[in-house]
Structures are given as structure tokens and as C-alpha cells.
Design a protein around this ligand. Structure first.
Ligand SMILES: [Zn+2]
Length: 190
């Protein structure tokens, strides 16, 4: 029930904010590169590009800077997924925790047999980070935030042309404003 109200409120606000979406210098998210593998560094370039396309700046942080940065998102790479995890699942996020995404690297690599691998890690990262930025558990009918990518989506992913649905861009902007307000409230001195 709470989720339903939160979702309805978020969508209502997002709709109201449509006309006011402008370049906001505060719309920046810190992502911690605790484990900077070559694969992750390459994927991070695509992540930055996709978020930039909706006016969101991603700041990649060195592990030493992460703990001092409020609201930072941590990436956990899992190479040995639990056996009871759906093998089709490539990653997950905990939207109400807001700080951590898990990428199931073994599933990601196994799934490459069924389609082109290029850009796949980039899109899984963007999808899961978006769950945290939106702060609600939901999927869209089209684009990056679909629950399951079709063969056609996989092709767009390999070409780097799969995009955000408009509602996802709006919910990201709204969610980021809410995250910023929350972080400011937590650090305010009374
Ligand atoms: Zn999802």
C-alpha cells in the first residue's frame, strides 16, 4: 500500500515537473568504483553518455573518496551468483536502500551466448542505477527500464541505441531532487 502511494505520488510529481526540466547543476550522482576492472571502466564511459543524454552527470569516484561523499552509489560485482537466483537475472538494486547495486557477472557472461555482448554491462549498470535514482520499484513498457529486454532491445543495446522512456527520465529527475533534499536534511545543523 505504501508502495502504491509512493508510486502514485512520484508519478504525479514527475508529470507536474515535466515543464520545468532544465539543466540542473545539482543533478549529479556519485558512483563508487571500488573494483575498477577494465571491463567496468569501459562500461562506465557508456553509462556516463546515457545519463548525460537526460541531463544527469555521473561522477565516478575513487574508493578513498566514496565514504566521504553523501548519497554515493556502490557497485558490487558478483561472480558466483547464488544457485537459487534466476539465471536470466543480470543484476538487482534495492531501491529503498538507495546505495547499492549488484551486477551478476556470471549470469551476464553466460547470457552473451544468446546475443551480442557489446554494451551489455553498460546497460545493466544504467538500468540498476536508475532503480536507485527513481527510488521506487517499477519497470516501463519501453526502453532501458523494461523488465525483460527482447531480441530487438538486445540489438539496440549492442548498437548503443536503446534509450530511456520519457517517463523514466522524469522519474529520475524527480527521484534525484528527492535524494538531494533528503541528503541536505540529514546534514543540516539545527
Ligand atoms: Zn529492473
Amino acid at each position: 500500500m505504501t508502495l502504491m502511494i509512493a508510486l502514485a505520488t512520484a508519478i504525479a510529481f514527475a508529470g507536474g515537473l515535466t515543464a520545468r526540466i532544465v539543466n540542473d547543476p545539482n543533478r549529479e550522482i556519485g558512483v563508487c568504483l571500488e573494483r575498477s576492472t577494465q571491463e567496468l571502466i569501459e562500461a562506465s564511459l557508456g553509462v556516463s553518455r546515457l545519463f548525460k543524454s537526460i541531463n544527469v552527470n555521473v561522477k565516478w569516484l575513487d574508493p578513498l573518496a566514496c565514504k566521504d561523499t553523501p548519497g554515493v552509489i556502490y557497485i558490487v560485482l558478483c561472480y558466483d551468483s547464488p544457485k537459487d537466483q534466476d539465471p536470466r537475472s543480470l543484476g538487482y538494486a534495492l531501491p529503498y536502500d538507495g546505495t547499492r547495486i549488484v551486477i551478476l557477472m556470471d549470469h551476464l557472461r553466460a547470457s552473451a551466448r544468446f546475443g551480442p555482448e557489446r554494451n551489455r554491462l553498460t546497460y545493466v549498470l544504467v538500468h540498476e542505477i536508475t532503480h536507485l535514482l527513481q527510488g521506487i520499484s517499477r519497470h516501463s513498457q519501453t526502453g532501458i527500464m523494461k523488465a525483460h529486454w527482447t531480441r530487438s532491445d538486445q540489438y539496440d543495446i549492442s548498437m548503443g541505441t536503446l534509450r530511456f522512456a520519457t517517463e523514466d527520465m522524469e522519474l529520475i529527475h524527480y527521484g534525484m531532487a528527492a535524494r538531494l533534499a533528503k541528503a541536505r536534511a540529514q546534514t543540516a545543523v539545527y
